[in-house]
Design a protein. Structure first.
Length: 296
């Protein structure tokens, strides 16, 4: 096994991912578990971390962590930086750790007072993207359960806005009357139709949603088309609400897989070319930049 010089950790609500890193920022080892913040009490964090990294730790080792591990319900609360602020952390927060070989430091999130908004973990992805793309100005979209639109200028987060689009899709498709109408696939034509409907008349969203159920009853609409339309309606309403962010801006979408591609395709229909960047690569670049700053 190659020597691990330090450890990067992305600790979310559902999962923990760790990477054993060299001083140069190369991945030496990696591991993950389902021991996310949502399953842990405060005393569970150190054992959950050590269960993954114990074989790598042969002496004093720094761990740089981001995400929900720094929330109020996390290992220790890493209080927020307030916009406008630099993307690199201005402070690190240390939880109580019994193992003398582990020096754990948590990156704080970012908050916005008006309109009220918060992020944890995304700030590290943003810092990593900017480390990979120096002097980049524009808007970064981070799709997910709670999608964020972030205005970046001069390496600072100027403002941001969160949309609960992913959570709404999950709730509507699994726990509402629409569960009887949607399928497991996502039809591209249905997505485009829903997107166009929502962009044209976002105030009609609630009515359009019920029409998915009605069309399933009256015309036996294909469930995969209904799924595509549901996704298109919700993302379209989000794009309409986020228009002050992306209109006339350079846009980057941080994320891998189908969801990020949906956002890239949706923006393309509005004549907004967006670059797509793998989120894990940005996260590791951000954690590496934070480690180097901590060691300065």
């Amino acid at each position: 096994m190659s020597k691990v010089d330090w450890i990067a950790a992305d600790w979310g609500t559902s999962n923990l991912r760790v990477w054993g890193m060299s001083q140069s920022g190369t991945i030496v080892e990696s591991a993950e578990s389902d021991c996310g913040m949502g399953k842990l009490s405060r005393t569970d964090y150190e054992p959950a971390l050590k269960a993954l990294v114990h074989p790598w730790v042969t002496g004093p080792t720094t761990v740089i962590a981001c995400g929900m591990v720094g929330s109020r319900q996390g290992w220790t609360e890493a209080t927020y930086a307030t916009v406008p602020c630099e993307t690199s952390p201005s402070a690190f927060f240390a939880p109580d750790v019994a193992d003398p070989n582990l020096d754990v430091r948590i990156i704080p999130g970012i908050r916005q007072m008006d309109p009220a908004d918060v992020m944890r973990g995304e700030e590290t992805q943003i810092a990593g993207f900017l480390a990979l793309n120096p002097n980049w100005d524009g808007v970064i979209c981070l799709p997910g359960t709670h999608t964020k639109w972030v205005h970046i200028s001069a390496n600072e987060v100027v403002s941001f806005q969160t949309f609960m689009t992913g959570e709404m899709f999950s709730l509507l498709s699994k726990n509402s009357v629409l569960r009887h109408s949607v399928g497991n696939g996502l039809d591209d034509v249905g997505f485009k139709r829903g997107l166009d409907e929502a962009m044209a008349r976002p105030e009609r969203l609630a009515a359009r949603l019920f029409s998915l159920r009605a069309e399933g009853l009256l015309s036996e609409q294909d469930p995969d088309i209904a799924t595509g339309r549901l996704s298109g309606l919700l993302i379209g309403a989000e794009l309409a609400g986020a228009k002050p962010y992306w209109l006339g801006q350079q846009v980057a979408v941080l994320g891998a897989g189908p969801l990020a591609k949906l956002y890239v395709d949706a923006l393309a229909t509005q004549s907004v070319p967006a670059i797509q960047v793998q989120a894990e690569r940005a996260t590791l670049a951000g954690l590496t930049a934070a480690y180097r700053k901590y060691k300065e």
